[in-house]
Design a protein around this ligand. Structure first.
Ligand SMILES: *Cc1c(COP(=O)(O)O)cnc(C)c1O
Length: 222
């Protein structure tokens, strides 16, 4: 199947108010150009160096989303051009992003990653950790970050009920944080959940942003 066919197929299942992040990691520029020619403008990458290289050589109206695990010493390379950082999984990282963004007087959009999977290996905050951080006033001093919502990854599993449960947990937490800490903040509106295998479930459960890679570009060659 061609990238164009894949996109047409996937687009049929995505309501217009849900954003599609085309996860282009490990795929060459030509693959991104093909998706771009279908009208796609949001691309997700998980490695800093790879994203910087693609940013340099591809059209400037692309929104680059960083979806990987970000190391503090590499933040400065992506801050100038990144549209959204999905995987902010520690307070230290948030402080560091703010610091780098302050240097160039930019406000960087971030999602807080929540650990919703039962697996041990996935990164992210627990609900208690988030409430702890947001209850304090310290984070409000970070003037160069914008917290736009939450991001989560479900367990890698065949069990649809479990996956649905995990997405539901994220949506529930989003609603709770929205009313407790962001009630007047219009920017806090995104729930980034759903990948190739589970995006329909995620949309059912309230996702506003799906991150789809292999169903668009085929299996990645690492
Ligand atoms: C790779 C990746 C995706 C895309 O996964 P697919 O199963 O290929 O759609 C989505 N989100 C994150 C965080 C990823 O690392």
């Amino acid at each position: 199947m061609s990238i164009q066919k894949n996109i047409q197929n996937i687009r049929q299942h995505i309501p217009t108010d849900v954003k599609l992040v085309c996860v282009s990691k490990f795929n060459p520029n030509e693959a991104i150009e093909e998706a771009y020619s279908c009208g796609e403008r949001i691309f997700g990458e998980s490695k800093v160096q790879e994203m910087c290289g693609k940013y340099e050589s591809l059209p400037k109206d692309i929104s680059w989303h960083f979806i990987g695990h970000l190391q503090t010493n590499k933040i400065k390379y992506i801050v100038p051009f990144v549209s959204l950082i999905h995987g902010v999984d520690s307070y230290k990282l948030l402080i560091e992003i703010d610091k780098q963004a302050t240097k160039i007087n930019k406000k960087v959009n971030c999602l807080l990653q929540v650990h919703i999977a039962r697996e041990e290996t996935k990164f992210g905050f627990s609900e208690d950790e988030l409430i702890d951080i947001l209850s304090g006033n310290e984070w409000k001093e970070l003037k160069h970050i914008q917290i736009c919502g939450l991001m989560g990854m479900a367990t890698f599993s065949e069990n649809q009920d479990q996956i649905r449960d995990e997405f539901r947990t994220l949506k529930y937490l989003f609603d709770k944080l929205k009313s407790d800490f962001f009630v007047n903040d219009k920017s806090f509106k995104e729930i980034s959940m759903g990948m190739s295998d589970d995006f329909k479930l995620a949309i059912d459960e309230g996702s506003t942003m799906v991150r789809i890679g292999s169903s668009i570009f085929g299996h990645r060659l690492y």
